[in-house]
Design a protein around this ligand. Structure first.
Ligand SMILES: CC[C@@H](C(=O)O)C(=O)SCCNC(=O)CCNC(=O)[C@H](O)C(C)(C)COP(=O)(O)OP(=O)(O)OC[C@H]1O[C@@H](n2cnc3c(N)ncnc32)[C@H](O)[C@@H]1OP(=O)(O)O
Length: 311
C-alpha cells in the first residue's frame, strides 16, 4: 500500500526512478517491528539510555571496508543499553554510505562480546521491557544483516549469548584459533531473542541449531567449520609467530569479495539478500530491479569496452 502511494506521487517518473522508489521503500521496511506491532522506538531508547557504559565505534576506511568495534572491555564487551542505541545509530550511518563495500564486526581488547550487560538485564527483567529490548535489537540486527555491504564477524576470544547472536547477523564468520561461540541462553533460562535462533537455523539447519541451543554447545573453530557456521579460521597472532594482526587477516580474507566498484559489490549483496529472504517470484522481480541499476552503468560499460577475457 505504501508502495502504491509512492507510485502515485511519481506518476510521470521514468522506470529507473520507479525502481529506485521501490528499492528505497524496501530499505525503509528493513525493520521487523514498527508502530503497527505496538513498538515505540523512542520509548525503549529512553529506557536503554539509563544503562550506560561502553560504546560501538565505527571506522569507515577509504578501502570501502568499515570496522565496527564493540567496545566495553571491563565487561568483556557486554552490551549496555547505550551501546544498543549506539549500534542502531552506526547501522543508520552504514545504510547511508555510497562508497561502502564491506564491514568487519569485531570486539575490543581481544574478545568478541559476552552478550547483554547482565546489570541491565537484571534491571529490565520484567516481561514488558524485555520484549521491547528484544524488538529493538531484532530491528537493529536485521538492518545490520540487510546492509548492502558484505559483512564478516571477526570472533576473537568469546562470543556468548547475545554476542553469539550478533555473529549470525553478519554474512560470514571468521574465528581465531582458540576462540569460542556459545549460545549460553539455555543456561540463563532463556532462548535467543535478538533473532539469533531464526538466523542460526538458516545457517546450519534445524538439527544443528537444536544441538547448539539445546546443549549450549561451545563451538570451537573446527566444529564451526564442520557445521557451516564458520567460514574461515585465522591464526592466533599472539601464539603463531609471524602471523599478521587478526584485523589485517580478516581484511585480507574479505578483500576477495570486496574487490571492484562499490555499486557492483552492493548489487551482489542485494541480489543474494533478496534470494535469501524473499519468495522466489518476488526475489526474481527484485533481481531484475537491481540488475537495472548496474546494466549500462560505468563499471559495465568499462568492462565491455576493455573486451575482458575471463581465463
Ligand atoms: C537476553 C539475554 C541474552 C541475550 O542478550 O541474548 C544474553 O546475552 S545474557 C548474557 C550472556 N552472557 C553471560 O552470561 C556472560 C557471563 N560472564 C561470563 O561467563 C564470564 O564473565 C566470561 C565472559 C566467560 C569471562 O570470564 P573471565 O575471563 O573469568 O572474566 P570475568 O568473569 O572476571 O569477567 C570480567 C568482568 O566482565 C564482567 N562481565 C562479563 N560478562 C558480562 C556480562 N554479560 N554482563 C556484565 N558484566 C559482564 C564480569 O562480571 C567481570 O566484571 P568484574 O567482576 O567487575 O571484574
Amino acid at each position: 500500500m505504501v508502495l502504491c502511494a509512492l507510485r502515485q506521487q511519481v506518476p510521470r517518473c521514468s522506470s529507473h526512478c520507479r525502481t529506485w522508489a521501490r528499492l528505497l521503500q524496501r530499505q525503509r521496511s528493513s525493520c521487523v517491528y514498527s508502530s503497527i506491532h505496538g513498538f515505540n522506538q523512542d520509548e525503549i531508547k529512553e529506557k536503554l539510555q539509563a544503562f550506560h557504559g561502553g560504546s560501538i565505534d565505527l571506522l569507515k576506511q577509504d578501502s570501502g571496508i568499515a570496522v565496527l568495534t564493540i567496545n566495553n572491555p571491563s565487561r568483556m564487551n557486554a552490551f549496555s543499553g547505550s551501546m544498543m542505541i549506539d549500534l542502531e545509530e552506526r547501522v543508520s550511518q552504514l545504510e547511508n554510505w555510497p562508497e561502502g563495500k564491506g564491514l568487519i564486526v569485531q570486539g575490543a581488547a581481544e574478545t568478541f562480546c559476552s552478550g547483554s550487560d547482565l546489570n541491565a538485564v537484571r534491571a529490565i527483567s520484567n516481561q514488558q521491557d524485555g520484549m521491547k529490548m528484544c524488538m529493538f535489537m531484532q530491528n537493529a540486527l536485521t538492518r545490520l544483516l540487510r546492509l548492502p555491504l558484505i559483512s564478516v564477524a571477526l570472533v576473537e576470544g568469546r562470543a556468548l549469548g547475545g554476542g553469539a547472536e550478533l555473529t549470525t547477523a553478519c554474512d560470514f564468520r571468521l574465528m581465531e584459533a582458540g576462540s569460542v561461540i556459545q549460545f549460553v541462553h539455555k543456561h540463563m533460562g532463556l532462548v535467543p531473542g535478538w533473532g539469533g535462533a531464526g538466523r542460526l537455523v538458516h545457517l546450519v539447519g534445524s538439527q544443528n541449531a537444536l544441538k547448539l541451543l539445546g546443549g549450549a554447545v561451545k563451538v570451537d573453530p573446527e566444529l564451526g567449520v564442520n557445521i557451516g557456521l564458520v567460514d574461515g579460521v585465522l591464526e592466533g597472532h599472539q601464539k603463531t609467530e609471524g602471523a599478521a594482526p587478526l584485523l589485517q587477516q580478516a581484511e585480507n580474507w574479505l578483500s576477495r569479495y570486496t574487490k571492484g566498484p562499490a555499486p557492483v559489490i552492493q548489487a551482489v549483496k542485494k541480489v543474494v539478500l533478496s534470494g535469501r529472504e524473499l519468495p522466489l517470484p518476488e526475489a526474481l522481480r527484485t533481481e531484475k530491479d537491481i540488475f537495472g541499476t548496474v546494466w549500462g552503468a560505468p563499471a559495465n560499460l568499462e568492462a565491455l569496452a576493455s573486451k575482458s577475457k575471463h581465463k
